[in-house]
Design a protein around this ligand. Structure first.
Ligand code: IMP
Ligand code: MG
Length: 203
């Protein structure tokens, strides 16, 4: 990459209070709609600088990436195809668990440039599993873009090429991210009240 991508902001400041219409399980708001919009615009600029209008296959990781994916691809100038990969992780506490492919990529990737898009890079097992699933399909390159990154719990040596925000050790929901399949439709990223977290979570 000629120019390195922009540095993701570290969100270590205080949370904004929940709004009157926020779910009662929400402790606060970490990233507002405006902050998401502005940062995704910058991410798209970084991405456009790398692909320089050459064709790319954008692969979203189901289901957490869908809102981010939809907003991001609208701003990518390359001719692109889209596909989705389903990977589910079942974990206990902070230990990453078994990973299962629930939907394979069906687009021909041989010799193509691929950009994988996911909601959050945490331990790194999900992104590692996605890359392993795609590798036999012989893409010419695989890059990754994640909206959020929590670096202190990494168990796999995997990195994202484009990162929206670095976040502290909060469990976050909204803008695609869920807790027990709920809250994906919130238009902002919020922090869940820890007392409501159980030991198992779905991707
Ligand atoms: P990893 O495999 O540990 O990197 O975890 C990544 C996956 O776990 C993401 O694709 C998310 O679906 C899920 N995940 C990790 N942290 C959170 C969170 O704070 N909120 C919601 N989902 C999360
Ligand atoms: Mg996920």
């Amino acid at each position: 990459m000629a120019t390195p991508p922009s540095r993701p902001p570290d969100l270590d400041g205080p949370l904004r209070p929940p709004r009157p219409e926020s779910p009662s399980a929400l402790k606060g708001i970490l990233i507002t709609e405006e902050e998401l919009r502005d940062r995704i615009q910058q991410l798209a600029k970084d991405i456009n600088r790398v692909y320089r209008e050459e064709s790319v296959v954008v692969v979203g990781v189901l289901s957490g990436s869908i809102l981010f994916f939809a907003d991001l691809i609208r701003q990518i100038r390359s001719p692109l195809e889209i596909d989705f990969v389903g990977i589910s992780s079942y974990r206990t506490g902070t230990t990453a668990g078994r990973l299962e492919t629930t939907k394979p990529v069906t687009t021909e990737l041989k010799g193509r440039r691929v950009l994988v898009v996911d909601d959050i890079l945490d331990g790194g097992n999900t992104l590692t599993a996605v890359k392993n699933t795609l590798r036999p399909l012989q893409a010419s390159e695989i890059r990754c873009c994640v909206l959020l990154e929590r670096s202190d719990r990494r168990v796999q040596p995997v990195q994202a090429d484009f990162v929206g925000f670095r976040i502290p050790d909060y469990f976050v929901v909204g803008y695609g991210l869920d807790y027990g399949e709920k809250y994906r439709n919130l238009p902002y990223v919020g922090v869940l009240d820890e007392s409501l977290l159980s030991s198992t979570r779905d991707t």
